[in-house]
Design a protein around this ligand. Structure first.
Ligand code: SAM
Length: 324
C-alpha cells in the first residue's frame, strides 16, 4: 500500500492568474470528473496545477500528467521505465491491433448512458456529485501508455478520457496519447480521485480491478469493459521463457470481484497467431510480469535460445459488464 496523498498546500496569492496552456487541454473538461483526493472537494485548473477550494494543490508535470498520488512511495506493480519502453515498442509493432480495434468497435456499439449535465444519476447523488462533463467520459484504470484509451476516444467523438496509472513512466506516454485524454497518477486499490456517477465507460485492460470503485464512478447503466488473457495466451512461450502461467481461476476471480456491482452482458473471445522476431519476443516478455522476476540478461539468453522468429498464440477474453 502506498502512502496517503499529501497534497502541496499553496498559500493564497493576490494578482491575476497567468496565461495557462493547460486550460485549453482536456483538464478543463476533466475537472467535472475528478475530485480532490484529500478532501473530495472539486478541483479546478490553476496555472500548472489542479487545486481545490481548500488549496490542496496537485502539480501538472512537465510531461503533462497530474500527480494526484503524492507521498513519494512507489506503488507495488507500477511499471518501470524499461517495461514501459518495451510495451510501447511492442504495441507500436501492431501485434495487438485486433484487440485495439475490438475495444474501439465495442465502445462505439454498446449503448453508453451518455454525458452532459442532464445525465442520469443514481439516487442519493453522493459526495462530490458532478455537474457532468459535456461529452461521454471514459476512465481507463491501469491505462499504461494510454494506447487503448486513445483508440476508444477516437471511436467516441464527443468523449473525454482519464488515464489512471501508478507508473510515472507510463503516464508520460498516456498524457500524450490523445488530445482528449488527461493522465493522472493513482493507485487503483484506493478510492479513485473521481466523482460519483460521472463516468460512462471504464476500461480495464490487463490491469488491477477495483469493482467497488468502478461501480461508484460509473453512471447508472454505465459499462465496464474488461480484457484478460486466457490460459492459451502466449502458450508457446511460457515454459521456454519462464513467463508466469495465467491463473486458471482468473475468470472465476473476475466474476467474484465484480458480482454484486455488475451484470455480465456480453463476453467475446479473441484469438489469433502472430509471428514475432526475437526482439519482439524480448519486448513482449520485458513488458509483463516476467520483467519483475527474470533478469534482462537471462531473458535475452532465453530468447536467443528460441533460435529465430516464433509463431505465438495471442488469446484474450473481452467481457462487457453493465453497472447494476
Ligand atoms: C499490464 S499493464 C497494462 C497497461 C495497459 N492497460 C495496456 O494494456 O497497455 C498494467 C498497468 O497497471 C499499472 N498498475 C499496476 N498496479 C497498479 C495500481 N495499484 N494502481 C494503478 N496502476 C497500477 C502498471 O503501472 C501498468 O501500467
Amino acid at each position: 500500500m502506498s502512502e496517503p496523498p499529501t497534497a502541496r498546500h499553496e498559500p493564497r496569492r493576490a494578482g491575476p492568474v497567468g496565461r495557462d496552456p493547460v486550460r485549453r487541454g482536456p483538464w478543463k473538461a476533466l475537472t467535472a470528473v475528478v475530485r480532490c483526493p484529500v478532501c473530495r472537494d472539486a478541483l479546478e485548473v490553476a496555472e500548472r496545477a489542479l487545486r481545490c477550494p481548500r488549496r490542496h494543490t496537485f502539480d501538472i508535470a512537465r510531461q503533462g500528467y497530474v500527480s494526484l498520488l503524492s507521498g513519494g512511495k512507489r506503488t507495488v506493480n507500477a511499471d518501470s521505465a524499461a517495461m514501459v519502453q518495451a510495451r510501447t515498442a511492442f504495441l507500436e509493432a501492431g501485434h495487438y491491433a485486433p484487440l485495439t480495434e475490438a475495444l474501439a468497435r465495442l465502445s462505439a456499439f454498446l449503448g453508453l448512458p451518455g454525458g452532459g449535465a442532464g445525465g442520469e444519476r443514481r439516487e442519493g447523488g453522493g459526495e462530490g456529485g458532478s455537474e457532468g462533463a459535456e461529452g461521454r467520459v471514459v476512465l481507463d484504470a491501469g491505462a499504461g501508455t494510454g494506447h487503448y484509451l486513445a483508440a476508444v476516444l477516437e471511436a467516441l467523438p464527443d468523449s473525454v478520457g482519464l488515464a489512471l496509472d501508478a507508473s510515472p513512466y507510463a503516464l508520460r506516454r498516456a498524457a500524450r496519447a490523445h488530445p482528449r485524454a488527461g493522465a493522472a497518477s493513482w493507485d487503483v486499490w484506493r478510492p479513485f480521485p473521481v466523482r460519483d456517477n460521472c463516468v460512462d465507460l471504464v476500461l480495464n485492460v490487463f490491469a488491477p480491478r477495483n469493482g467497488g470503485e468502478f461501480h461508484r464512478v460509473l453512471r447508472p447503466r454505465g459499462v465496464l469493459l474488461v480484457v484478460t488473457p486466457t490460459e492459451r495466451h502466449l502458450g508457446e512461450l511460457r515454459g521456454r521463457l519462464g513467463l508466469l502461467e495465467v491463473d486458471p481461476d482468473k475468470e472465476e476471480r473476475l466474476e467474484r470481484a465484480l458480482s454484486g456491482h455488475f451484470v455480465r452482458e456480453r463476453a467475446e473471445a479473441l484469438e489469433y497467431t502472430v509471428e514475432l522476431s526475437p526482439q519482439e519476443v524480448e519486448n513482449l516478455a520485458a513488458m509483463g510480469p516476467a520483467a519483475r522476476h527474470v533478469a534482462p540478461e537471462e531473458l535475452q539468453a532465453r530468447v536467443a535460445g528460441l533460435g529465430g522468429p516464433v509463431r505465438v498464440t495471442v488469446s484474450f477474453g473481452l467481457a462487457v459488464y453493465r453497472a447494476a
